[in-house]
Design a protein around this ligand. Structure first.
Ligand SMILES: [Fe+2]
Length: 168
């Protein structure tokens, strides 16, 4: 049973990347997939439950963030399959393998939700930035480029979140 993101036996492929490179990248991609799925569900949790005077703008912002993460989930999963791997993207695998802490389920106000999300975006941003260097070092420029695209947006979103916290 495939129940972990650790090293898989890959499908054969005509792709010109060495098997040991693909194995390492697929393992990393599945870690990223777990974290991205986890982050997306946490952002949805905030979208549904935020309350207070800024309700509507935060409700809308959080949905925009979740939609963006959904695209990255698909990109990351399909990069794993393009490299001959199995994408491990169920809720159970995500919960078991994510690098992020559980969301504070009792969060109510905008600042509470924004703070929780900023903490998690920062942790996710660090993971993605490290993944750029790792995949670049392995000679997989395409995966490094994908991570770079994600990283640029996640840094921008961290700025959007943190902008709400100035003078708080
Ligand atoms: Fe909604």
């Amino acid at each position: 049973m495939v129940s972990t993101v650790s090293k898989q036996k890959l499908y054969s492929s005509r792709i010109d990347l060495a098997t040991e490179v693909r194995e390492k990248v697929v393992e990393l991609l599945n870690k990223s997939l777990a974290a991205t799925l986890d982050l997306k569900t946490q952002v949805k949790q905030a979208h549904w439950n935020v309350k207070g005077t800024d309700f509507y703008q935060l409700h809308e912002l959080f949905d925009e963030l979740a939609g963006e993460l959904e695209e990255y989930i698909d990109m990351v999963a399909e990069r794993a399959t393009a490299l001959g791997g199995i994408a491990l993207g169920t809720a159970r695998v995500a919960a078991a393998e994510s690098i992020l802490p559980e969301y504070p389920l009792d969060a109510v106000g905008g600042i509470e939700h924004i703070t929780a999300l900023a903490d998690r975006y920062a942790a996710y941003a660090k993971h993605v930035r490290e993944a750029i260097d790792t995949t670049d070092g392995l000679g997989d420029a395409d995966t490094a480029d994908m991570y770079t695209e994600i990283s640029r947006t996640i840094d921008m979103r961290l700025w959007f979140l943190e902008a709400h916290l100035i003078n708080q």
